[in-house]
Write a protein that binds this ligand. Structure first.
Ligand code: ATR
Length: 272
């Protein structure tokens, strides 16, 4: 049986084994998919051990996404631009291929929710999560993509890094004026994990705007509740992105794209 796993620290919370087993059933394949916590300092050694056991690939989550990048022999363009890796494939010749499917997962979920990807997008946050989704968002040809962040310099660096790929800009928080409206507002910060709000004014939400929180918590995040109060008509959490990135990884390994909507609704039911 082909072996896969997700590596992270901690890993108990991961939904990936559940999601990939759903995919295997849907595509009538049999795979083993486990969750491995290698401890903070043993990622590379544990990956090598996993390869020796005949494993075909793995997903990588916090805090190993940069280390995964470093051990790869071949890196896709989207992973290189993201500066991080969430999917490793162990090839027959002993080499390791690395990919990043997070951005594709986000865009696929936004598309299935009919998000206004061609309009004015505000991306809040400038950490690893933001960097991983910028190129896939620009590939949707938005009217504009504006990045804001608590630490402006990081937003500015990202905007410069990606300026060759589309209409992207950064703006300091204090320069957001009440006439700056956005149709799609994406929160990539970790604020929802600590039940905080990102530091943006509620004037950014255009009429009928669409808000997305990349965090999934099982209940509406504070950001999404606030977005709704501020006039956002569609508010969506990150569970679909999680399923989307997993489907894309499954495709990288198995060359077959599982149907996601079914898995997403099953997962919502299981988690409710
Ligand atoms: P990740 O890889 O998940 O993006 P990260 O690289 O640590 O994690 O980035 C976290 C993001 O959340 C950053 O944009 C961070 O802002 P700074 O760059 O200013 O640190 C943002 N963030 C975290 N806590 C925040 C808070 N309390 N208020 C505003 N922004 C916050």
């Amino acid at each position: 049986m082909d072996k896969y796993a997700v590596f992270g620290h901690p890993i108990k919370q991961s939904k990936s084994p559940q999601i990939h087993q759903h995919f295997a059933q849907l595509t009538e394949q049999v795979i083993e998919y486990t969750a491995i916590d290698p401890g903070l300092n043993n990622f590379v050694a544990e990956i090598k051990r996993f390869i020796k056991q005949g494993a075909k690939g793995c997903n990588v989550t916090m805090p190993f996404k940069e280390q995964a990048f470093e051990i790869a022999d071949h890196v896709t363009e989207r992973a290189r631009l993201a500066g991080a890796v969430n999917t490793l494939t162990f090839n027959q010749d002993g080499s390791i291929s690395a990919d990043n499917t997070d951005g594709a997962g986000l865009v696929s979920d936004l598309k299935s929710n009919n998000a206004p990807l061609n309009k004015r997008i505000l991306l809040i946050g400038a950490g690893g999560a933001a960097r991983g989704v910028i190129k896939p968002l620009l590939d949707c040809h938005p009217e504009s993509l504006v990045i804001v962040n608590r630490t402006f310099e990081k937003a500015n660096q990202l905007a410069k890094m990606f300026e060759q790929y589309g209409n992207i800009a950064s703006i300091p928080l204090e320069r957001i004026t009440s006439d700056m409206k956005f149709d799609l507002i994406i929160n990539s910060t970790s604020t929802s994990l600590s039940n905080e709000l990102p530091p943006i004014p509620d004037s950014v939400f255009a009429k009928h705007s669409f808000s997305y929180d990349m965090v999934y918590k099982g209940e509406a995040t504070r950001f999404l509740s606030w977005a709704k109060q501020s006039g956002s008509t569609t508010c969506v959490d990150g569970l679909g992105m999680l399923v989307g990135q997993a489907a894309e990884s499954y495709y990288v390994w198995r060359a077959i794209k599982p149907e996601q909507a079914n898995v997403l609704s099953k997962l919502r039911l299981d988690l409710s």
